[in-house]
Design a binder for this molecule. Structure first.
Ligand SMILES: Nc1ncnc2c1ncn2[C@@H]1O[C@H](COP(=O)(O)OP(=O)(O)OP(=O)(O)O)[C@@H](O)[C@H]1O
Ligand SMILES: [Mg+2]
Length: 368
């Protein structure tokens, strides 16, 4: 016999508290409303669709970096007792959509390539969790609008996280108007939950050595060249003979070394040449440790190099790749208050999780 519906929200609530306890923390006051709403959603989704005349309302969870948004929606996702669910990360969504649009199975039954790629992404799911929703250009606007329409047409529930309140999406004034219809749709159709609490949990964790919730990303390092941690981790500097090409998305990238699940690149080879998110995702699928040497202070990198690096950090964090940065602390010497890269505070929050064996404190926007 299946559980009465109300038991599903209790089970989900319990699941949240157990998941937090396992990681050594408790649900924060600013997260309580989201836990409550996600627990209710779990109960709504547990009902057969025909007993539920209206589709459950979608959820839009937003707040500044490190407030536990991804943890909330990932924990919800794990705890949902259905196979009909999908979780997508923003970068992954665009990569898969792009592959679908340009790949061999692009056209089917007269459907547009975008629609059939969306079909493949969504499958038969009843709920879609979409982490780190943001939009920066006209292409994003078109694809996201299409995604929303498809989800609504198919009565699929969307749970999304973002660093932006809906009205702040697509901040570039050049493109903002293109996104206004989608913002309106979000405000009408989604319950918007603000989880802005007083602390960035990543920075709190960074000040407590041994924390990190068992994530590989949190075992990453930020090292000065020649630092002793190089030997401790058997990270001997690659010999020239170890140089090799590594297949990324649609191209070979020149690595300084490949050692089992570790790949070693120079910053310039990965971030100052025309690489893109699909390349980083391909690397994250194959390697568990990514070493990047020759890292400059980001203020000295090119604008594209900074953006690529920010995307690389996003992908490494989401895919739980250990990142070892050798060179300057990338966030040093950033001019105060200057947005050198879109969403740089997200990068700074993630980089705060890397250990600095010399005891240096992470720097950068929001650093303490
Ligand atoms: N209540 C809490 N107390 C302490 N740590 C927490 C709490 N909630 C989440 N965390 C931890 O804080 C870290 C950051 O959480 P998470 O990645 O979910 O943040 P986020 O809001 O998604 O940030 P971003 O906007 O940068 O993506 C994770 O290691 C997570 O396990
Ligand atoms: Mg997140």
């Amino acid at each position: 016999m299946s559980c009465p519906v109300y038991q599903h929200d209790q089970a989900m609530r319990r699941h949240f508290h157990e998941a937090a306890a396992q990681r050594g923390f408790s649900v924060a006051p600013a997260q309580e409303a989201a836990v409550e709403r996600l627990a209710r959603l779990a109960a709504e989704l547990a009902r057969p669709a025909w007993t539920f005349p209206r589709r459950p309302r979608d959820l839009y969870v937003w707040g500044p970096v490190g407030r536990g948004k991804s943890w909330l929606v990932d924990t919800f996702y794990e705890g949902l007792p259905t196979g009909r669910k999908r979780r997508l990360h923003f970068h992954d969504f665009f990569r898969r959509l792009h592959d679908g649009v340009t790949g061999p199975a692009a056209r089917r039954d007269g459907q547009s390539a975008v629609d059939s790629a969306l079909d493949d992404l969504i499958g038969n799911s009843r709920v879609l969790v979409f982490d780190e929703f943001h939009a920066h250009d006209a292409g994003d606007a078109m694809l996201i609008a299409r995604l929303f329409r498809t989800l609504l047409d198919r009565r699929i529930t969307l749970v999304t996280t973002s660093n932006y309140p809906p009205a702040g999406l697509m901040p570039d004034p050049l493109y903002h108007h293109l996104f206004e219809p989608t913002i309106q749709l979000i405000e009408e159709r989604m319950d918007v939950l603000d989880v802005t609490g007083p602390v960035d949990f990543r920075r709190v964790a960074a000040s407590q050595p041994a924390s990190g919730g068992g994530r590989r990303f949190a075992t990453g390092l930020c090292l000065a060249p020649g630092a002793t941690a190089l030997e401790e981790l058997a990270l001997t500097v690659p010999a020239p003979t170890e140089a090799t090409g590594v297949q990324a998305h649609l191209r070979q990238l020149p690595a300084r070394a490949v050692r089992g699940e570790l790949v070693w690149f120079g910053f310039d080879a990965l971030c100052e040449t025309a690489t893109a998110v699909p390349d980083y995702l391909a690397l994250a699928e194959r390697f568990t440790t990514l070493v990047l040497d020759g890292v400059p202070p980001l203020a000295e990198a090119s604008a594209d190099g900074r953006q690529r690096f920010a995307n690389l950090v996003d992908v490494a964090c989401d895919r739980d790749v250990r990142l070892v940065l050798i060179g300057s602390d990338p966030l040093t010497a950033l001019p105060a208050g200057q947005a050198l890269t879109r969403d740089l505070d997200r990068t700074a929050s993630r980089l705060a999780m890397l250990r600095r064996p010399d005891g240096a404190r992470p720097t950068g926007p929001g650093g303490q």
